[in-house]
Ligand binder design. Structure first.
Ligand code: MG
Length: 251
């Protein structure tokens, strides 16, 4: 059995803004909140998904999307699904996996006060810089705070990121980490996420998989990609851009 654990946004599909203008052969993959097609698979991404389907590869999404955002993905996923950055695992029948939920809630309990403190501390600066602050919950429990700038202003986002990093460092909040993307900065658990959910699924439900593939585009995917046998990442994604920019000594 071959299992492909795959990130969704910017790995299996992306918005038109991130594609060359006029690209042909696109397949709608998600709907926006307005019900209109929002993200699309390129012909290459569609070919990969068709290849997985035709060869019996089990495809498991591993995404930051919550259940509402996942419901707007129109690609047919029929196996397990990892949502909320790993905090929620859905069974093939669509029900929440209660064993994983139990482990997650136990882990989150110890981080609640640190997360609340970070959120409260950054709220004022974020507001002054025009960033929108959102508390994300999984299983009715706060697990992540996201700061988004409406115009993806890099300077504002960097100031928020630096202030948060400083706060985490000074308070010794080692259970939390900060991840940054093009238009947002997030505070979330360091050791309770996509990688742990993938390890849980591998151990509990796919112990006999002969090959596990990991597909992802972002630094935040790195840990779960490292938990699989082989990693696949798109050109121009955050991961390859970061590696390309690194001045590594040649040896
Ligand atoms: Mg992604």
């Amino acid at each position: 059995m071959i299992v492909a654990f795959t990130d969704l946004d910017d790995t299996l599909f992306q918005t038109l803004r991130k594609l060359p203008p006029g690209m042909e052969g696109l397949t709608p993959a998600t709907l926006g909140r307005d019900g209109q097609p929002h993200s699309f698979c390129t012909p290459a991404q569609s070919a990969l998904l068709a290849h997985f389907a035709n060869t019996g590869v089990t495809v498991i999404p591993v995404t930051g999307r919550d259940q509402a955002a996942m419901a707007r993905v129109t690609l047919p996923f029929t196996s397990w699904r990892v949502l909320d950055h790993g905090l929620t695992v859905l069974r093939p029948d669509g029900q929440v996996d209660t064993d994983w939920r139990g482990q997650v809630l136990e882990g989150l309990e110890t981080m609640q006060s640190a997360l609340a403190d970070c959120t409260q501390t950054i709220a004022e600066l974020a507001g002054a810089l025009g960033c929108r602050l959102t508390r994300h919950t999984a299983h009715d429990t706060h697990f992540m705070t996201v700061l988004k700038h409406p115009d993806a202003d890099a300077d504002s986002l960097e100031r928020v990121q630096l202030a948060l990093e400083k706060h985490l460092e000074s308070r010794g909040y080692t259970d939390l980490q900060i991840i940054a993307n093009a238009n947002n900065v997030s505070v979330l658990p360091r050791h309770l996420g996509k990688a742990e959910a993938v390890r849980y699924l591998r151990g509990q439900h796919f112990p006999h998989a002969t090959l596990t593939l990991a597909l992802g585009d972002s630094l935040s995917d790195l840990a779960f990609m490292n938990a699989c046998d082989l990693a696949i990442t798109p050109p121009g994604g955050q991961l390859l851009r970061t590696v390309s920019a690194a001045k590594l000594p040649q040896r």
